[in-house]
Design a protein around this ligand. Structure first.
Ligand SMILES: [Fe+2]
Length: 315
């Protein structure tokens, strides 16, 4: 059987499984609760989290780069178009220099994905808007999604890298397709990086970080876990995403950094101690000698609710 046919069949099976999961964890609770659980979920706010990330491996010419990192919209029953567009509008208000969308734009299939991509591309981010595919994006029509993204001006990275410039200085941004295992992530990271030396890697699966850190890539941005959606208070990395060592927030290894966003959407209508987020990341270069022997990279985090921001604006 040809590879393309095999891929199509694999995708069809995955799509059927995803529909069953959707019925059990979204449609079922919605019906049983008379719609209350879905309404309560949709009323929850998406917070803006400001995080400063410092690494000696980050290029000095991109010191202070402000990245707007969004992921896992899961457009569909648990994130309708109007709420998704509100999130993109809020992202635009944060004035990112670069936008990174790390996959799962759609849940099962969504005719609205083009509208969201268009809105993301319309944000005036001088270094552009980048997108990588997540596992859900591959369920229905990944080629169509990629085509639409490119048509509206979003750069889709499929195991490839591109060079961006800030004040004339170059930096390589790489991105990989959906990969389930660490081994596959590793292969894709190598394919994307090639002979280049990327400083920034976008991957849906945070498992790509192992290989990224091995290669000395300064910063990896990922999603996929949704921060587990249910977490212990004040311990975001202790959550339901049990199969992921890196499931929420900032991590570092040998001077390389990983940020895993809790995402915008959801795959079941409940979040506890784990709000949906827009991650605003300010990435700084720090000289190696300023760091202690054990900590070569660090981050600090400040959470802002949308309501709080509005109050500030009107004060
Ligand atoms: Fe997701």
């Amino acid at each position: 059987m040809r590879r393309r046919e095999r891929d199509t069949r694999r995708r069809e099976r995955a799509y059927r499984r995803a529909r069953i999961r959707h019925f059990l964890f979204t449609v079922g609770p919605h019906r049983v609760s008379g719609g209350r659980i879905t309404r309560r979920h949709l009323a929850q706010e998406v917070v803006v989290n400001d995080t400063e990330l410092c690494s000696p491996q980050w290029p000095t010419s991109f010191d202070g780069l402000r990245i707007g990192h969004v992921s896992d919209f899961h457009l569909g029953d648990l994130l309708p178009l109007d709420k998704a567009l509100e999130v993109v509008e809020e992202l635009g208000r944060q004035q990112p220099e670069l936008i990174a969308c790390t996959g799962d734009l759609v849940d099962l299939d969504s005719p609205d994905s083009g509208r969201v991509l268009e809105a993301l591309a319309a944000i005036d981010a001088p270094l552009g808007c980048f997108f990588v595919l997540g596992n859900h994006d591959e369920l229905h029509d990944p080629r169509g999604l990629v085509r639409t993204a490119r048509e509206v001006g979003v750069t889709v990275l499929q195991n490839e890298a591109v060079c961006i410039r800030r004040n004339g200085h170059p930096m390589v941004v790489a991105g990989i397709e959906w990969a389930k295992s660490s081994l596959q992530c590793s292969r894709f990271v190598d394919a994307a990086a090639g002979d280049e030396n990327p400083h920034l890697l976008l991957a849906h699966n945070p498992k790509a970080f192992l290989q990224a850190a091995d290669r000395g890539i300064a910063l990896t941005l990922a999603g996929h876990t949704h921060g587990g959606q249910i977490a212990f208070k004040s311990r975001p990395n202790a959550n339901l995403a049990l199969t992921h060592r890196h499931s929420a927030g900032m991590f570092q290894a040998d001077g390389s950094l990983l940020y895993v966003t809790s995402g915008v959407g959801a795959w079941f209508p409940l979040r506890l101690n784990c709000p949906a987020e827009i991650a605003m990341l300010t990435v700084r270069h720090v000289p190696e000698e300023e760091e202690g022997p054990d900590v070569r990279a660090r981050g600090k985090n400040k959470r802002r609710g949308r309501r709080k921001k509005k109050r500030r604006g009107t004060a």
